[in-house]
Design a protein around this ligand. Structure first.
Ligand SMILES: [Zn+2]
Length: 401
């Protein structure tokens, strides 16, 4: 059965209006600066309707007139651009060794980006909730000072997240059945905006799709290069979550039946042999201070230290096997390596490419390119904010204040 949720069936007039507002808002996002006539010509809505919708969006301060005019044949037109200056979308990522918070305005402009070290592997859920709530309160405080209305918050977690925001299992955090959305909303004392939880790889894929160097690529996969390795899958321009929201757990495909034990309890999982923990362990460095230790690995690789080069080549081959599975199964246009893989990419990519040549059945790996992310360590948090903006784009508009 083929279904589409991109064209919701309007139930009544209010729904039709909300849907049309979202259509116009998306058009302005993609084509600004543009005129009312441009919108009418491209969307098929009549001019009177477009004028009324634009007036509504201006009232909500989602769109503004630039005063610029475009001199075509005929009358000059007032041009429209996204406004969004009174709004903010917040994204947070909880990971094994850090918590990150990002806020963007409606047009995606970065308002702040904070990163704090955090002992995720040894913290309880309630400690994490307290830490995230404290960080979010500081962000919302800053946004209030700038007189911005917070549109929503999405928190990314490295684990299986159900559609209701429950974290079923996050092996690298040691969490099971955590009602993170509920606990966080309680800790924030009914913040007046929606709190959503999502998988970190899903959010990073959304960030790449909206903001990254490969933005707009309809078929892309993001691989988190953290202690864990997860895939966020965008196919045909939509994030693919699967039946219960648990897709993308490529970190737990078995690459070596006799390989190292994974945090999930199984042997030789991709993330156990090619995650950043494996890199540091084999380099005899402590995975406790990942960022600092990683700099040392990069330094040794730059100095052509033999053992380090061999280690990265071996990790690259394991990673390449995993990426080949993705290429054979999903035929993505691009696989984006994120997180700690980014600084290591120059040494990982040749081995990844070699595995793909040998393991994909389609010629030229089905056209699949493998690149390093340019979004840095913020990707998942940025994707949290992107998910909030996505919900605005799909019609959940802020009310007029
Ligand atoms: Zn595993």
């Amino acid at each position: 059965m083929i279904t589409s949720t991109t064209n919701p069936q309007p139930a009544d007039f209010a729904d039709v209006r909300a849907t049309n507002l979202a259509v116009v808002l998306r058009f302005v996002r993609e084509h600004a600066p543009c005129s009312r006539a441009d919108i009418a010509a491209s969307t098929g809505l009549n001019k009177a309707t477009v004028s009324s919708l634009v007036a509504d969006l201006i009232d909500r301060r989602l769109v503004r007139e630039t005063g610029l005019t475009e001199n075509r044949v005929g009358r000059p037109a007032t041009m429209l651009v996204l406004d969004g200056s009174p709004y903010a979308a917040i994204g947070v990522e909880i990971n094994v060794d850090y918590v990150t918070a990002v806020a963007v305005d409606l047009s995606g402009e970065r308002l702040l980006s904070w990163r704090r070290s955090f002992p995720g592997a040894t913290s309880t859920v309630s400690q994490a909730v307290a830490a995230v709530a404290a960080l979010v309160r500081r962000v919302t405080g800053r946004m209030a000072k700038e007189e911005r209305q917070v549109l929503g918050l999405t928190v990314g977690v490295p684990g299986l997240v159900g559609t209701d925001g429950t974290v079923l299992i996050a092996p690298n955090l040691g969490w099971r059945d955590a009602d993170l959305a509920g606990d966080l909303a309680k800790a924030l004392r009914d913040p007046g905006f929606a709190v959503q939880i999502d998988n970190d790889a899903n959010l990073a894929a959304l960030a790449e799709y909206r903001f990254g160097s490969q933005a707009g690529t309809a078929n892309l996969v993001y691989l988190t290069g953290e202690i864990g390795v997860g895939a966020g899958i965008v196919m045909d321009g939509r994030l693919r979550r699967g039946g219960r929201g648990y897709s993308g757990e490529i970190g737990h495909i078995q690459l070596d039946p006799l390989g190292a034990e994974c945090r999930c309890g199984r042997l030789g999982c991709l993330e156990a042999v090619a995650g950043i923990g494996a890199v540091l362990q084999h380099a005899a460095l402590s995975p406790a201070e990942v960022e600092i230790e990683l700099e040392e690995v990069v330094r040794l690789a730059r100095a052509d230290e033999r053992r380090t080069l061999d280690l990265l080549t071996s990790v690259g081959h394991h990673l390449g096997k995993g990426v080949s599975v993705l290429a054979n199964l999903l035929n993505p246009e691009v696989v984006i390596l994120g997180g700690y893989y980014v600084p290591l990419a120059p040494w990982l990519l040749p081995a990844v490419a070699e595995e793909m040549r040998g393991r994909t059945i389609a010629p030229e790996a089905g056209g699949c390119r493998v690149v390093a992310s340019t979004l840095g360590y913020d990707a998942a948090a940025l994707g949290g904010a992107a998910r909030v903006l996505d919900s605005v784009d799909s019609g959940r508009l802020p009310s007029v204040s």
